[in-house]
Write a protein that binds this ligand. Sequence first.
Ligand code: KG4
Ligand code: ZN
Length: 331
Amino acid sequence: MALLAIESSCDETAAAVINLDGHIASNVISSQHEVHRQYGGVVPELASRSHIEKIESVVREAMSQAQVDWPAIQAIAVTRGPGLAGALVVGVSFGKALAFALGVPWIAVNHLEGHVASAWLDKQVCLTPCVIFIVSGGHTHLYLVPEWGSYELVGRTLDDAAGEAFDKGANMLGLGHPGGPALDRLARTGNPDIVRFPRPYHHKGGLNFSFSGIKTSLLYYLRDRQQEKADVRLEDIAAGYQEAIVEVLIDKAFRAVDHYHVSQLAVVGGVSANSRLRALLSARASANGVQLALPKLEYCTDNAAMIAAAGLQAYHAGRFAAWDLDAVAAG
Ligand code: KG4
Ligand code: ZN
């Protein structure tokens, strides 16, 4: 007996099968990076079309890898939002139609709750009370979680998300799309102390963030560098830029942990795949006696396994969606 999950909120078409005991039986992701690369970012209309083209084969592949047949599927969990409206509608329509045809209920999953679930997928432990930090392309949200299901937003970005700062910075450095992973790779061979970028909102804004200014700092830096023909390596610039973002993220996450006297911290979302962030977070957590939950790399960026995990909770609680419930783009 199992549950099928579908994710199509942005530029990954994904499907996963989870057994009712919580074991992930398959996790298939078809990424649209090639579709969007020439535009330097995700083009919503192209994302929707690509989801339509891929969704059936991705779902079939997830079923085949899990080696389950349709009668074993007890419910279908689908990302309902937030995300790109047209992209979400593809997954929601497909999932609802499939559930209806199979005569099983469908479960509407919030994409952010999916990211949260990635913190305890695969037997990782994350106990409440905890602080959960969602750092992705659309969100930089700090939540205090006194118990599962109750999320208090205690800090957020006032403009760009951290992932956007990575993507736009990478774009300026000519690294293409998606920028975050490329910048991470380049920065690994750089020295973060050669170029120091301002740490945005480091000592103000409480637990809030602002990442729009740091892009401008990079823009000016690159312009001046060109004029002065400064001989600074691109990898050192990337490392310096990454360090500024990562330092603010980590300091504010631990400030939240201290402020709310919790000893558990989970950092999830696409940016939690960043190697420098992971290394510095782990070091700081062990120095401070904080229990840190970081998703496995394949569960950091958008995937359906995390939607399956969140969907399974709803399944056990009997939280099924009405047939007329639609996708919602806004978070
Ligand atoms: O969670 P996600 O796949 O999608 C959203 O829900 O937004 O996050 C995507 C974001 C992108 O901005 C991407 O550049 C960033 O996560 N990202 C990274 C890394 N891997 C993905 N940023 C920095 N370093 C990485 N290794
Ligand atoms: Zn996401």
